[in-house]
Design a protein around this ligand. Structure first.
Ligand SMILES: [Zn+2]
Length: 300
């Protein structure tokens, strides 16, 4: 085998080992059924899972957005209003990711986590009125900031168990630091760092992994691109030659057929939300994404 083949084998073995570790670690809770009367309700899976890891066995945590759905197109169900009415606290992302939660309760019950994270400016394609890119949980540094703030919120809600929440946070933090190391070593050797994504969700992930997003398939999340926009997208793919185009499990990729016919490019799946098999914790979700990234970018 040549040097590059050995390198790829090394990276593959490392990723398999890391995936194995992610499943074996005792700190990652197994997925469980939604509680009937949650103490804390969270809008989207990645934040829900972080809250669940900090809460341990002290709070029942409930999730609003079902697995496989996109927050951009979600319409709340009557059961969501009921879950919120029964709970003490609602955790939300903000920035038009989960504004629908505001129709279910009043502001005083909701903690918007966007106040506590590092934000990147919104791209021009974002919906009107949003000044920052709301997909901030896809940065692992922001996952730490989210976890830290949730720890503070839980300590205020339940002061007698404050030490417990901080211990849970420390464990979460050690896992995220280990995850960051693995992500770094997995992406260090990438030769092509250009990618195209399905919707404008991946800026934070690109910054942390030193990637360049050369094109975005959907101008507005959940809306099919116009023929002109699609033609520009395909031209950009042909000119920039990204290592791969990534779809997302929350959206149909039927429209990508035009691209498949027009350009010879690897197509993979990056998942911004998770909650599906193999992506049942925040850590597993990010590990899945980096695995998929490396596999598709290193595929000749
Ligand atoms: Zn999005």
């Amino acid at each position: 085998m040549n040097k590059r083949a050995w390198l790829l084998l090394g990276v593959t073995i490392t990723l398999i080992f890391l995936t194995f570790l992610a499943f074996m670690r005792v700190g990652i809770p197994k997925p469980r059924r939604q509680p009937a009367h949650p103490d804390v309700v969270v809008t989207i899976f990645p934040v829900y899972d972080i809250a669940r890891q900090i809460a341990g066995d002290k709070f029942e945590v409930g999730l609003l957005l079902p697995a496989g759905a996109s927050p951009h197109t979600y319409e709340p169900a009557p059961s969501d209003a009921k879950a919120i009415a029964d709970s003490s606290m609602v955790l939300a992302v903000g920035g038009q990711i989960d504004n629908w939660v505001m129709s279910l309760t009043d502001e005083s019950q909701v903690t918007m986590l966007d106040k506590y994270v590092t934000k990147l400016p919104a791209s021009e394609e974002n919906e009107e009125g949003v000044t920052y890119d709301p997909h901030y949980w896809l940065s692992t540094d922001n996952a730490l900031a989210i976890g830290r703030q949730i720890t503070e919120e839980f300590s205020q809600l339940d002061p007698k168990n404050s030490d417990y929440y901080f211990e849970q946070y420390e464990f979460f933090r050690s896992e995220i630091l280990a995850l960051q190391k693995s992500m770094q070593s997995a992406t260090n050797s990438l030769s092509n760092r250009k990618i195209a994504t399905f919707h404008n969700a991946w800026q934070y992930f690109a910054v942390e992994n030193n990637l360049e997003i050369v094109a975005v398939f959907e101008e507005f999340p959940g809306k099919a691109p116009t023929p002109l926009y699609l033609a520009n997208f395909i031209d950009t793919i042909k000119a920039q030659l990204p290592g791969a185009v990534f779809t997302e499990p929350q959206f149909s990729d039927r429209q990508l057929n035009t691209l498949r016919q027009a350009a010879d490019v690897n197509i993979g799946i990056l998942d911004p939300i998770g909650g599906l098999p193999g992506r049942e914790s925040y850590q597993q979700l990010m590990l899945y994404n980096v695995n998929e990234l490396v596999a598709k970018l290193n595929h000749e």
